[in-house]
Write a protein that binds this ligand. Structure first.
Ligand code: DAH
Length: 357
C-alpha cells in the first residue's frame, strides 16, 4: 500500500471515529468534549495539520486538501449531532410543558341571590298577591317613631326589651336618633304618609284601609347563634273598618303555606305583650311532616293595633281597627332552608352561599 493510500485510510478512520464519538455524546457538553478531541488545539486533525511541515510543496497540496475534506466531514457530523441533540431537547420540553387543550376553560363564577334576599323576595311576592302594598323606610330612625309613637314612652320598662345603637344626634324636635330595633316604626310612617288618601275617602263617605308589609334591616345589641346585631324583619299592617284576628290568622296561615310550600302546617296564637298591640300574641307554627315536624316554632309577634297607636297615626281608632305583625325574615329563611346558625347568613362564605343559587 502506498503512503498516500495509508494516509487516506488514516483520515477515513479518524472521520469514522469522530462520527461514532459524536453519536455517543448524549448531551451538548459531551458533544463539545468530543469535538475538542478532533478539532481542538491538540485534537487529532489539528495534529495532522501540524505534521505537514516536513512535506514537499506538492505533497502539502494534496495532503492539505485531504485533511481539509476530513475536517469538513467531521464538522458536518458535529453539526448534524448538535441539531439532533437540540431537536431531542425541544421535543422533551414540548412533552413536559404540553397543554391539555381539551380542559374546560376558566369561567367567571355564576352569581346568585343571597338566601335572605330570596326569602325577602318570596315574602313580597306572597303578600303582594294578597293585596298588600310594599313599603320601605329609614334604618336610622328617631326614638319617637321607634318607641314613643308605638306606645312605648321614655322610661317604659318595655324599652329594655330592645337595646339598640344610638346616634349622637337629635332630630329637629329633639328626638334622639337610633338604629331602628324593628320595622314597626313604619306602621306610623306609612299611615301618616297616606293620611290624605284616608281623609279624602272618609270625606266621600267611603271606607279606607291600610294593607302594607315593610321588609327591612333592623338592629339590636344582640349576638349569638340566633341573634345578630343586624337582622331582617318584615312588618305587616292591616287596618280597616272590620279587620279582625280572624283575618290575621287566615292571612298569616296562607302566607306560611305559600312560603314553606306546604299545607301540612298549623298555626297557634300564644298570649304575649307588646306596647303597641292589645291583645298581643306570638304566632307559632307547626309542621306535621318533614325535619321540623311536631315542634312549635315561633315565627312572629302580632296583635290588634292599640288605639293609641292608631291615634298617633293621625287616624280615628273607631274607624281603623286591625292587626299588625312583625316577623324575622332571617328566622323564616333558617326554617325554610334548614340553616341552624344565623351567623352563616352574614359570614359571606361563598361555599355556604353558593348552595342557594
Ligand atoms: N316589633 C316587634 C319586635 O320586634 C314585633 C311585633 C310584634 C311587631 C307585634 C308587630 C306586632 O307589628 O303587632 O319584637
Amino acid at each position: 500500500m502506498s503512503t498516500a493510500a495509508t494516509a487516506a485510510e488514516d483520515l477515513n478512520a479518524i472521520v469514522q471515529s469522530a462520527a461514532e464519538r459524536f453519536a455517543r455524546a448524549a448531551t451538548p457538553a459531551e458533544l463539545e468534549n468530543a469535538k475538542a478531541q478532533f478539532l481542538g488545539k491538540t485534537g487529532r486533525v489539528t495534529e495532522l495539520m501540524k505534521g505537514m511541515g516536513s512535506l514537499s510543496v506538492e505533497e502539502k497540496k494534496t495532503r492539505g486538501a485531504a485533511i481539509n475534506q476530513a475536517k469538513q466531514a467531521i464538522e458536518a457530523a458535529l453539526s448534524a449531532r448538535r441539531q439532533a441533540l437540540a431537536d431531542a431537547e425541544l421535543e422533551r420540553q414540548l412533552q413536559a410543558e404540553a397543554l391539555d387543550v381539551t380542559l374546560p376553560g376558566r369561567q367567571r363564577g355564576q352569581g346568585g341571590l343571597h338566601p335572605i334576599s330570596l326569602a325577602w323576595q318570596r315574602i313580597e311576592q306572597i303578600f303582594g298577591g294578597m293585596g298588600f302594598d310594599v313599603g320601605d323606610g329609614p334604618e336610622v330612625e328617631n326614638d319617637w317613631y321607634n318607641f314613643t309613637a308605638l306606645n312605648n314612652p321614655p322610661n317604659h320598662p318595655a324599652r329594655s326589651m330592645q337595646d339598640t345603637f344610638y346616634v349622637d344626634m337629635n332630630d329637629e324636635d329633639g328626638h334622639p336618633y337610633c338604629l331602628r330595633t324593628h320595622t314597626s316604626p313604619m306602621q306610623i310612617r306609612y299611615a301618616v304618609a297616606h293620611a290624605k288618601r284616608h281623609a279624602a275617602a272618609l270625606a266621600r263617605g267611603e271606607a279606607s284601609e291600610i294593607r302594607v308589609i315593610v321588609p327591612g334591616r333592623t338592629y339590636r345589641v344582640d349576638n349569638d347563634a340566633t341573634h345578630s346585631p343586624m337582622f331582617h324583619q318584615v312588618e305587616g299592617l292591616w287596618l280597616g273598618e272590620n279587620v279582625s284576628f280572624k283575618d290575621l290568622k287566615v292571612t298569616y296561615l296562607n302566607f306560611c303555606k305559600a312560603f314553606f310550600e306546604t299545607d301540612d302546617l298549623i298555626l297557634r296564637f300564644r298570649p304575649s305583650y307588646f306596647p303597641f298591640t292589645e291583645p298581643s300574641a306570638e304566632i307559632d307554627i307547626q309542621f306535621s311532616s318533614g325535619p321540623l315536624a311536631g315542634k312549635w316554632l315561633e315565627v312572629s309577634g302580632s296583635g290588634q293595633v292599640h288605639p293609641q297607636v292608631v291615634r298617633n297615626m293621625g287616624l280615628d281608632p273607631e274607624r281603623f281597627v286591625g292587626f299588625a305583625f312583625g316577623s324575622g325574615i332571617d328566622r323564616l329563611a333558617m326554617l325554610r332552608y334548614g340553616v341552624n346558625d344565623l351567623r352563616l347568613f352574614f359570614d359571606g362564605d361563598i361555599r355556604f352561599l353558593s348552595q342557594f343559587r
